[in-house]
Design a protein around this ligand. Sequence first.
Ligand code: SF4
Ligand code: SF4
Length: 179
Amino acid sequence: MSSKPKPSSTKKHIAPDSSPFWETTALGDMSEAQWESLCDGCGKCCLNKFIDDDEGDLQPTAEIKQNEQVHFTNIVCDLLNTKSCSCSQYERRTEFVPDCIKLTKDNLDDIFFMPNSCSYRRLHEGRGLPSWHPLLNRNKKTAMHQAGMSVRGKTVYEAMVDMTEFEDYIALWPLADLD
Ligand code: SF4
Ligand code: SF4
């Protein structure tokens, strides 16, 4: 006796998308909580930066033109806790440091100020998050510090520096990125 062949199922079992939000959501579409959680807390954006213009002059600036280059220094804002690499006055920071610029969805044009390793810049440029990012390390900064990607142990406070001699403090390490 022959048995009837079972009809094949046309249903497909699709696994729920387990991709992390930063791989599925554009920066501009992220919630406030998602946006905030992307920050690795490296502290590099709290370093003093200058623009090298066409004439070779180094000037503080709020914009960058073609052929100009951002130079980082190891001079850090006096409000940064250089051990945790977190702002010691985050909620009131603009009261104390009026030119503290926080990157938001509305000022992504300012992203050129951010170091190559900045999470927002990486995602903006389609480079994803690196393996040392806190979001991939149980929200701990340890891997980032160990990879040398934060400012810990590399800075000097503004208050300790004669800012007319900032060229002596230009540093290459903030430009480094891993992964
Ligand atoms: S450089 Fe970018 S990722 Fe690092 S602390 Fe600043 S905003 Fe956050
Ligand atoms: S005020 Fe805080 S967030 Fe702003 S540059 Fe200084 S340490 Fe960084």
